[in-house]
Ligand binder design. Sequence first.
Ligand SMILES: Cc1cc2nc3c(=O)[nH]c(=O)nc-3n(C[C@H](O)[C@H](O)[C@H](O)COP(=O)(O)OP(=O)(O)OC[C@H]3O[C@@H](n4cnc5c(N)ncnc54)[C@H](O)[C@@H]3O)c2cc1C
Length: 385
Amino acid sequence: MDYALDYLEIRAEVRKLCTRFPGEYWRRCDRELAYPKEFVRALTEAGYLSVLIPQEYGGAELPISAAAAILEEIHHSGCNAAACHAQMYTMGTVLRHGSQDQKSRYLPGIAEGSLRLQAFGVTEPTSGTDTTALRTFARLENGHYIVNGQKIWTSRAAHSDLMLLLCRTTPLEQVEKRTDGLSVLLVDMREVPDGTLTIRPIRTMMNHATTEVFFDDMPVPRSALVGEEGRGFRYILSGMNAERILIAAECVGDAKWFIDRATAYACERRVFGRPIGQNQGIQFPIAQAYAGMRAAELVLREAVRLYDLGESPGEEANMAKMLCADASWSAAEVCVQTHGGFGFAEEYDIERKFREARLYQVAPISTNLVLSYISEHVLGMPRSY
Ligand SMILES: Cc1cc2nc3c(=O)[nH]c(=O)nc-3n(C[C@H](O)[C@H](O)[C@H](O)COP(=O)(O)OP(=O)(O)OC[C@H]3O[C@@H](n4cnc5c(N)ncnc54)[C@H](O)[C@@H]3O)c2cc1C
């Protein structure tokens, strides 16, 4: 399957939609730290955020290759899907492990756009990357889980109705394996009593609508449990490949945007009486960034191909995430350098995209942790942590 050539019509339609949201729109959102709700609404109405939902629930039932194509085009167009991409990558956990009742209750609303599943609560301030050390605890009491604890970096929580929440249901000291005793709850935030859920925005270097979330005796009906109690870590892990693949697709889109911009400027900007792009010192870094992007894109294509075949491509998905994030970051650096001083001017959008691209060296998984995965699980070296 030629992933880059696939979905040509969808790609063209996504690009067309994105022309309604030019740099000025994103600059305004960035300046005001505003959620790009018009953009998210347009994507929802066009059905792009529900492509992975089965047709019986109102979605398009397309494979992950389609979702990757959509996100890549959004980013290649200079837009930013971070405001809404979680709906795509959390979907697998609900589809694969959610109950029939949860699916028929929520998926039709998500597909038609009346419900938003945008929040994914895993990271905590004290545990960080060491997910099994998380402390948010849900104790079962009279048919309800009572949740206490804190999450950090729960992006879009203030713009979502539902949150996929990973918490402990058995204390760490009482489990045989650290990965046991964690459970996933599909929390309907519209229904929790006032005062039990507090969402506080965190200001960051880019406009990302991220938050910290506090749970104070928050009751959640037992029916919100996804799959079996205590097996939540496996469910989240099984969704990670999708997350890595989709973020990698966004990074490829960003890299293409930076390379397009750098190339155009190199041809048009004249200094010393000739285009700056006539100098190899300007040409070569752009060509290098292009070659790096194409190589990363190939690895991503392989991850997508295996995922679409129903395999669990941990190696390829992790490598794609790291290589595509590196490709976008290298292209970002080259783009700023090519633009000289203008790379720093807000109106060129490059400094904004530069800030946005930096995130993917750290989230949703940092480069070190990808390398550690490859070292241990692919190359068979001893576990380092
Ligand atoms: C803008 C933003 C949005 C986010 N959105 C979400 C979200 O929606 N939901 C969510 O759950 N999380 C979210 N995150 C959290 C993100 O996934 C984490 O920031 C990331 O996984 C790294 O965790 P940490 O910040 O706790 O870093 P730490 O775990 O504290 O690590 C700090 C540094 O040390 C390195 N390190 C740690 N352990 C090792 C080791 N054993 N070997 C080598 N290096 C190591 C890491 O690579 C990192 O560079 C978001 C983060 C940001 C910044």
